[in-house]
Design a protein around this ligand. Sequence first.
Ligand code: GDP
Ligand code: MG
Length: 163
Amino acid sequence: MLPLVALVGRPNVGKSTLFNALTRTRDALVHDEPGVTRDRHYGVCRPEGQRPFAIVDTGGMAGVDEGLAGATARQARSAAEEADLVLFVVDGREGASALDDEILAWLRKTARPTLLVVNKTDGLDARQAINDFARYGIRDAIAVSSAHRQGIDELLAEVYSRL
Ligand code: GDP
Ligand code: MG
């Protein structure tokens, strides 16, 4: 079985865009409207010369109106609980939000190894974008721009050091 990496984060932070960047597909539809994504949830990341890993985008499973309490959100939860590594994706442009706090709180309960991925940092100071999330106390953080494929190789290196 392939190692499993789960993408977790509130709607519209760019999980589907990151999924596409990692799987090099456009299978996960990216929408401008939060919560309307009809994603293909599972994919395989096969970087050249590296062993493949499975990736699950939990985003389409969590109903936007349900927050983390709804029935479909349970699927997102179990995907994260089964993952070898969770990529907690946040929006570097908007900074930390109440929903991010909520997601982090249950991520902590899953006790899965977690890497903070600060997305949408194109045109931003990467270090500053990461600093905005410093209060989350996640030591392992990386700034990326999924839409522009910036930081993806660095992200992959971080992922492989944890699988
Ligand atoms: P999801 O709801 O977390 O799956 O988010 P999506 O992948 O559907 O992206 C939501 C919106 O953010 C879309 O309009 C994307 O084009 C945009 N987006 C995603 N990644 C980036 C990025 O790296 N930079 C910028 N500027 N926009 C992004
Ligand atoms: Mg999505």
